[in-house]
Write a protein that binds this ligand. Structure first.
Ligand code: FAD
Ligand code: SF4
Length: 522
């Protein structure tokens, strides 16, 4: 006979928070559930490393909970294949174990929130409804009920103001109510390019070698569609021990230069894909690591290590306490409106090279191939290479979202969407960014070494070999002048555009339109 439990507690794949208060005591009346589900593996086509990382991390989390005395049901794709979706599975388990109450942690995605929030289940034996209760995930600094105090829906909310409020409220890098170091933000010191000398000092990335062959076979057997590349092992941290090791590696080798080279890009180094970035986003977004642990450890390292200055640690804290918490609040305050936002009415198709990286644009080829190889690109590659290209060529934000949501190891809609549709594509009309993050080849050349080995000439605008980003940039500004010309942060580029003579403007627009017609051949 099947054992009965009073309570079923659902743990989603991105809720692997071992410090959650749920786990402080164990009870034989409580059954925890961790399940590989087809609905989660297929709501978008994912990179294979992302699928393996989540399934592996879930498996390890399940084993750790079992080992600490909790009752746990870990179901793999084979065991959940008959359930159409999560509610079907929960309903079936509630009947099977005669569950009286179902508990879950607040999902971070609207998609899952809707499924769970609307759920009603009847206990088939007692004929009474199963009690359903939602808990906080106990991961973020801000609780959902506080979003409204920080972010006004359907409006631009300055990240910088949000960040200062968070610093003061949580007393992070503060001295007597003033920001430590005398300034809130050291962003202007975070814009260095890598010199030859700098290249020789880039640390080797810390990677792991977790065997994922069984998981990969299961994914193949169940014909889950995926793309990208994986070796026999997973290089991403998929348990607490590994996540702490990566955090330690970051504090020791990367934090001393994190801010300085935050926006730099290179192709000339084995570790070009990581540079001084932490690569903690998967561990954070799956909640294996808490943002408090990461921030506290980075500040502790800064205090102990004189080679880490305030600009480095402030830059890092800003990403997590600022950007990460901010985009989550923006996502939830705007909910469904985000997924249909298309302020610039972009409708072009994503070129095929986004799926294989074969393009003569060296920057694009490098950023895309790296994303396919590692399921990772650092922020400025996402924003100023692939994102910038999609923005300038008017790719439909739904296609852009789909690509970003599928390809990156850390991509979960609450963080992916405001970054992609908002910050990168300006499809929200400015809820996140004060202006579109658009640039010509000049910016890419300034921050990287891509251009010198490119088929295209970064200095040229209209010749056959001219860098596509150049004419596309001016064409973008011209095309959207009704919506953008009054933006004070764009007054300088519009002044420069207006200074060009009519013939030059016509040549540039003709060139851009020709490039768009032949976008697949670039
Ligand atoms: P680091 O550079 O080491 O930064 C440290 C941490 O700060 C990150 O791990 C992350 O948790 C946080 N962080 C930094 N920037 C942001 C940001 N803009 N928004 C939220 N958190 C931030 N991040 C995701 O976690 N998931 C996504 O799906 C995602 N999609 C993006 C799409 C686009 C178009 C852009 C421009 C950015 C996106 N980002 C996303 C933000 C950022 O690029 C990644 O968080 C970062 O590259 C992850 O690498 P890292 O851990 O090495 O970050
Ligand atoms: Fe990219 Fe243009 Fe530079 Fe080529 S020349 S790498 S296309 S910015």
């Amino acid at each position: 006979m099947t054992k009965k439990y009073k309570t079923l507690r659902l743990i989603l794949g991105d809720q692997l928070n071992a410090n959650h208060s749920w786990y402080r005591t164990s009870s034989n009346d409580v059954l925890y559930l961790i399940a590989e589900l087809k609905q989660e593996a297929t709501y978008v086509k994912h990179h294979i490393q992302k699928l393996c990382a989540f399934f592996n991390a879930m498996e390890q989390f399940a084993n750790a909970l079992k080992a600490s005395g909790h009752q746990l049901l870990h179901l793999n794709l084979e065991q959940t294949k008959q359930y159409q979706n999560l509610p079907n599975l929960l309903e079936s388990l509630c009947q099977q174990y005669q569950i009286e109450s179902l508990e879950y942690q607040q999902p971070d995605e609207y998609r899952l929130h809707r499924q769970l929030h609307n759920l009603t289940i009847q206990n088939s034996v007692t004929k009474t409804p199963v009690k359903i209760r939602c808990y906080d995930s106990e991961h973020f600094y801000l609780a959902p009920h506080e979003f409204k105090d920080y972010i006004k829906p359907n409006h631009h909310n300055r990240m910088e103001s949000f960040y200062r409020k968070m610093r003061a409220r949580f007393n992070i890098l503060m001295k007597n109510d003033k920001p430590e170091g005398g300034r809130w933000n050291f962003d202007t010191q975070n814009r260095n390019k890598l010199t030859q000398q700098d290249l020789s000092e880039i640390p080797q990335p810390k990677i792991f070698t977790t065997d994922i062959q069984n998981i990969k076979q299961r994914i193949d057997k169940h014909k889950i569609p995926y793309f990208g590349h994986i070796d026999e092992t997973l290089l991403w941290p998929s348990n607490r021990k590994q996540a702490y090791q990566l955090l330690e590696h970051f504090c020791k080798y990367c934090l001393p230069h994190f801010g300085t080279f935050q926006d730099a890009m290179t192709q000339n180094h084995e570790a070009a894909w990581t540079l001084y970035h932490s690569r903690l986003s998967f561990a954070l977004n799956s909640k294996i690591l808490s943002p408090r642990t990461v921030i506290n450890r980075a500040i502790e390292a800064y205090r102990a290590d004189p080679t880490i200055d305030i600009a480095q640690v402030e830059g890092f804290v800003r990403q997590i306490l600022g950007w990460r918490e901010y985009v989550r609040a923006v996502y939830w305050q705007n909910q469904d409106a985000y997924s249909s936002a298309n302020f610039l009415k972009a409708k072009a198709k994503l070129p095929d090279y986004f799926w294989h990286g074969k393009t003569r644009m060296n920057c694009m080829s490098h950023a895309i191939k790296q994303s396919l190889d590692f399921a990772y690109a650092h922020h400025i590659q996402r924003l100023m290479i692939t994102g910038n290209f999609c923005l300038l060529t008017g790719i439909d934000p739904a296609h852009v979202d789909e690509w970003y949501l599928g390809i990156y190891i850390d991509a979960i809609e609450w963080v992916e969407m405001p970054n992609t549709r908002g910050m990168s594509q300006f499809a929200d009309g400015g809820w996140v960014a004060t202006k579109p993050y658009c640039s010509s080849g000049n910016y890419i050349n300034k921050m990287s070494d891509y251009c010198k080995d490119c088929h295209y000439d970064v200095k040229a605008r209209t010749s056959a070999d001219a860098c596509p980003f150049n004419s596309l940039y001016w064409n973008f500004l011209d095309k959207h002048k009704d919506k953008l010309a009054k933006n004070p942060r764009l007054s300088m580029p519009y002044r420069n555009w207006n200074k060009m003579n009519q013939d030059m403007q016509t040549d540039i627009i003709d060139k851009a339109q020709d490039l768009m017609l032949h976008i697949e051949e670039l």
